[in-house]
Every structure is written in C-alpha cells, then in structure tokens.
Design a protein around this ligand. Structure first.
Ligand SMILES: Cc1cc2nc3c(=O)[nH]c(=O)nc-3n(C[C@H](O)[C@H](O)[C@H](O)COP(=O)(O)OP(=O)(O)OC[C@H]3O[C@@H](n4cnc5c(N)ncnc54)[C@H](O)[C@@H]3O)c2cc1C
Length: 459
C-alpha cells in the first residue's frame, strides 16, 4: 500500500527537467532522491570552467528568449532574477563568402535607460531585422518582400495545429520561393536536422519564429550558475542529489514499487521519474511492453558535436551567431562567437568560439580525436577570417552528445508518449515530449514541473 501523503520518489537525471521536478515534489512534501550519472548537474546545459575564467561556459552554446516564461518564473522563485541579463547580439547568415547580419540592433543599450526606451528598442530591433531582410542582396527584391510577409504571417498566426500536417520545407518553399528559402531557412533546418531536414513539420518552424526574441538572455555565472542555484535549493529542501550515480536498470516490483539498479545498491521508490532519453529508458527497463517500445523507437533525434576554442584574438568583430549553409562546404554549420555576446572579461580575456553541428548518431565526428577535428576546422576558420592563425588558439575542447535534438515529423503531436509509462508508478519526461516548441531549458523547466504535478499527485 502506497503512503500517498509523502512519497519516496526517485528521479533519474539532474538536468534542468529533473531538478525542476525535484524542486516542486519537495515543496509538495515528498522525499526525493535525484540520481545523476555524470559528475556534474545540468545535463545538456551544464558548463565547464578553465582555471583562467571567472564564469563557467556551457559545453553547448546556450541562451534564452525574452518570452521564456517558465524558466524566468523559476529564476524569480529562486531569487536569481538579478543574475539574468538580455544583450542584443548580432546573428548572421554566411553566403558566398560574405556575412549578412540579420538580427542587429539599431540602437545601443543606452536607449533602454531613457523613459519608454525599452519599448522603443524592441520596436527598433524588429524594424532593423525587417530592413536587413530587405537589404539582403543575394536574392531578388520581390523574394525579400515575400520573406518579410511570410515571417509576419507565421508570427501573428495563432494556430500551429494545421501546420503540423505539412513539412516546413514544402510550406516555406511555396511561401517565399526556392532561392529565398535556400538562403534564409534551409540552412537552419539543415543545420538542426541533417538528412531529416525536409521531413520536419511546419508547426515546429512556426514555434521557432514565434518564440524567438532579438534579445537573448544569459545568466551571470552562466547556465551552470542557474543550475547550481537549483541544486542548492533542492538540497536545502531536503532532497538528495547523487552525482556519479548511473542508473543501470529500472525494475517494477510486485508491491508496486520501482527498484533502481545502481552499481552496488538497489533502492526502492514508490514512484520514479526518468528524465533520460527515450532510448535510455527503453534500454534500462526490460519490462516495458513491446508495443510501447516500438513507439519510443519511432522518436528520432540528432546528436550534437561542438568544438570550443579559447583564442587570443577574435575571429569576427561583431557576429555572435552565424548560420552556415551546408552547400558552402564548411565542416560545421553553426559558428558561435560567445564573446561577441558575453564580455570576455569573464573569461580572463579569452575570445571564446564554438564550431558546432547536429549530426546523426554514428557520424565519424563523434569518435574523432579532438586534435584531428581541430585540423579539419582550422581552414574553415580561415575562410571566416583570412588572418586566423593556429597560434591564436590557447586551448580547445570537444563535446558531444547523442540525444541532443528530437526530430518532429508530420503530425508529431499524435506520436508523443505521455508522461505516465505503461508501468504503474514509472513516469518519463524528455525533450521528445516538448512540442511544438523547440526543446530548450525553458521547456525543460515547464515539462519537469508538469511531470512533478502528475508524479506527486496523491488522488
Ligand atoms: C547544442 C545544443 C544547444 C542548445 N542550445 C540551447 C539554448 O540556446 N537555449 C536553451 O534553452 N536550450 C538549449 N539547448 C537545449 C537544452 O540544453 C535542453 O533542452 C535541456 O537542457 C534539456 O534538459 P533535460 O533535463 O530534459 O535533459 P538533459 O539535460 O539531457 O538531462 C538529463 C540528465 O539525465 C542524466 N542521465 C541520463 N541517463 C541516466 C542514467 N541512466 N542514470 C543517471 N542519470 C542519467 C544525464 O546525464 C543528464 O544529466 C541546447 C542543447 C544542445 C545540445
């Protein structure tokens, strides 16, 4: 018989979703243990720190949007709001050897300090983007107008549901023509979804446009600072966060409890929430019925590989984010110059860049030695800045992750598995359930807290 008043709950994963769920379950009076395989909390949003730096840096580039309500609400609850700030960095497209800024503010940060300045700056940002699209010479003027009209239509269309029946590739090509699509949006889709790019549904793309803000939010102390505050709060509420604790098996017991198989113990929990990938859940839980695991197998995802470099010189002087079309032949599709977004003073004066790509699991980059990868990337950096020299590199790191970006195919809403699994008292939450929004830390908070409401429900 379950003691439903205060349950003993296990959570697999100390990423943002697992920690957000733990926080709510503890506040509701439950006892919570979080098991994290890695030596650090934060999952995909976790940072690492060079000894020369004041702030840790995310292993994978991260920012939040101004409308990311759930993470901002949690930040408020944690008394962490004064650590969030919203710069307006420049995001650009690379085309035929040139860089075209698309999001670039019209006014400096001074405007926000005058009365009504924030509103004026927001309007200015929108106007600046519209002007830059209109000034984008590689495509004919009528096509630029079509890009503007299509963007406005997507942004102000409140209904995403009909859009999941058509691919973004088909919808956008029809709306703006092949040349404009190839220049503006195909690079984004290809960069995120590789060979699946033509199969992603338009509702996902709608959400990308609707959620995006010109201002991109960051935390003083990086995303790791936010994660650490959350871990501290979970511990202060009595939760146990166990790092270096890999869950090797998930087994339902006859009495309704769930046994977690660790290296040398097997704790029992009244309820368990798994925040690992669907594939990991499937592998660790032999008792899941075949009809259910077939559904998990249908959830496809991309991995991510990035190379981070600490440089003595900047590669570009203003671009934070550059989308690089695949046809340009670069060995990576996203170039992110973090210190054109966040001041290099927090990193001991280093200029920090990411060269990244989403890749199908099994791509050779996952196994490639960092030194070999660096050699592959240096000529590409010289294409971005002919003066680039390997002597600029002070240090470099390679990071990769197999489950990094779920692929939303047509009618994805009908294929999302619920938080409750077919095994009583075993629940799951992961990025594949975030939809139509692009997965992100904001939605990890949202789904973690939503899952907590279900897992902790004692009715
Ligand atoms: C390249 C890249 C760029 C991104 N950019 C952004 C961005 O700009 N803004 C943004 O908001 N989001 C971004 N994201 C997404 C964001 O990081 C994720 O959506 C979010 O962190 C997911 O949180 P989660 O808790 O659901 O999953 P995860 O972070 O994956 O956490 C799951 C945790 O479970 C642990 N785990 C797995 N299996 C086991 C096991 N068997 N036993 C114990 N522990 C286990 C893992 O180690 C991990 O810590 C990006 C992600 C990537 C890969």
């Amino acid at each position: 018989m379950l003691n439903t008043a205060s349950m003993n709950i296990g959570i697999i994963g100390a990423g943002v979703a697992g920690l957000s769920a733990a926080y709510d379950l503890l506040k509701a009076g439950h006892r919570v243990t979080v098991y994290e395989a890695r030596p650090y909390a934060g999952g995909l949003a976790a940072g690492f720190k060079d000894e020369a730096w004041e702030w840790p840096l995310e292993r994978f580039y991260h920012h939040i949007f101004a409308g990311d309500r759930d993470i901002l609400a949690l930040v408020d609850e944690l008394d962490f709001a004064d650590r969030v700030f919203f710069p307006s960095p420049v995001t650009s497209i690379y085309k035929d050897g040139r860089l075209y800024p698309i999001n670039k503010p019209l006014f400096g940060p001074w405007l926000e300090k005058v009365p009504l300045g924030k509103q004026l700056a927001n309007l200015g940002d929108l106007a600046a983007t519209a002007l830059r699209v209109l000034a984008f010479k590689p495509i004919p003027l009528p096509a630029r107008f079509r890009v503007g009209l299509a963007t406005a239509y997507i942004r102000y269309n409140p209904r995403w549901q009909p859009l999941e029946q058509v691919t973004a590739h088909a919808w956008l090509t029809r709306a703006v023509g092949a040349r404009a699509y190839e220049a503006f949006w195909q690079p984004l889709l290809e960069g995120k979804f590789g060979d699946y790019y033509q199969q992603v549904n338009m509702a996902w793309f709608w959400a990308r446009i609707v959620a995006r803000s010109p201002k991109l939010g960051y935390f003083a102390g990086g995303f790791q600072g936010f994660v650490d505050a959350l871990v501290d709060k979970v511990r202060a509420l009595g939760g146990d966060v166990r790092l270096n604790t890999h869950v090797r098996g998930i087994h339902p017991e006859a009495g309704g409890q769930i046994c977690l198989e660790l290296r040398d113990e097997a704790p029992l929990h009244e309820r368990v929430l798994a925040t690992c990938s669907p594939q990991m859940l499937r592998e660790r839980t032999p008792m899941l019925p075949a009809s259910y695991t077939a559904g998990l197998d249908n959830l496809k995802s991309m991995g991510a590989v990035v190379m981070v470099m600490a440089l003595k010189q900047p590669v570009t002087h203003e671009h934070y984010w550059i989308n690089i079309p695949k046809r340009e032949g670069f060995p990576f599709l996203a170039f992110v110059e973090h210190t054109n977004y966040i001041d290099k003073q927090h990193y001991g004066g280093d200029h920090l860049i990411y060269c990244g790509d989403y890749l199908a699991p099994g791509h050779p980059y996952f196994e490639m030695e960092p030194e070999v990868m660096l050699e592959t990337f240096i000529p590409a950096l010289q294409r971005l800045n002919p003066a680039f020299d390997r002597s600029w590199i002070r240090k470099f790191w390679k990071f990769s992750e197999i489950y990094a970006q779920p692929v939303p195919f047509l009618n994805h809403s009908q294929n999302i598995p619920p938080i409750q699994t077919p095994i009583p008292h075993l629940y799951m939450t992961n990025m594949s359930q975030v939809y139509p929004w692009d997965r992100g830390t904001n939605y990890a908070v949202e789904i973690g807290r939503r899952a907590a409401g279900i897992v902790g429900n004692t009715d």
